[in-house]
Design a binder for this molecule. Structure first.
Ligand SMILES: Nc1nc(O)c(N)c(N[C@@H]2O[C@H](COP(=O)(O)O)[C@@H](O)[C@H]2O)n1
Length: 204
């Protein structure tokens, strides 16, 4: 995928880094945005993203999910990097976009308000060393990088602001082996839908 680097003026951008600082909720590492996929609770979007690396290793998916801590989950994924799906480099951006849509649909109020509060500025993930998902500082006080996470967040913001749409459902990606615990990942609905759905199940 040929994504070009960009240079960002910090004053013209919404820059996020630490989860506890301003706009920290935009980070996949942020707590308070839990997810529910295939009836499995997943503590944050970083964990959702990392488990998608390992569709053929359900035990590893389970270990990553049970950590709940996103940094520890990322470290465990790194440890078992050799088991990453072979097409990962081709699918990881689509997977990240899907993860952000899941974060939005299941945290509709909080995450959409946060995204709307960025206005129409570029969203940039500050990183000391990752110019792919984020952008790194330059000598002249700017940020430079592909900033793929920031761009995907801007894309998701467009859905709710420019197109004024509320997500009804997030469809699974049409890639091979899009699996959680050996089962195909299904459409994801709002958190409220999940609760009502379970109520219906338990009613019988
Ligand atoms: N290690 C680390 N620390 C942070 O503070 C970060 N914000 C990130 N970046 C996030 O890591 C994810 C990508 O992981 P891979 O490198 O593809 O395994 C993504 O969520 C970045 O935003 N990393």
């Amino acid at each position: 995928m040929n994504i070009k680097e960009k240079i960002y003026n910090i004053s013209d951008s919404v820059v996020f880094s630490k989860t506890t600082a301003a706009f920290g909720g935009l980070s996949n590492m942020a707590s308070g945005y839990s997810l529910f996929v295939n009836e499995v609770n997943i503590a944050n979007s970083e964990i959702l993203y990392q488990i998608c690396r390992f569709p053929l290793f359900p035990k590893l998916q389970e270990d990553i999910i049970s950590l709940e801590n996103p940094m520890e989950a990322k470290a465990l994924a790194r440890k078992y990097e050799k088991y990453t799906r072979q097409d990962w480099e081709n699918v990881k951006v689509d997977i990240m976009r899907w993860c952000l849509q899941v974060k939005l649909i299941q945290n509709e109020d909080t995450f959409s308000e946060l995204l709307k509060s960025t206005g129409d500025k570029a969203i940039v993930e500050y990183s000391a060393k990752d110019p792919f998902w984020g952008a790194v500082p330059t000598e002249n006080g700017k940020l430079q990088g592909k900033n793929v996470l920031g761009r995907l967040l801007t894309e998701v913001r467009e859905i709710i602001v420019k197109q004024n749409q509320k997500l009804e459902m997030v469809s699974p990606l049409t890639i091979p082996a899009f699996l959680l615990f050996n089962y195909p990942i299904e459409a994801v609905h709002t958190a409220e839908y999940s609760v009502e759905d379970l109520d219906n199940v338990y009613a019988y």
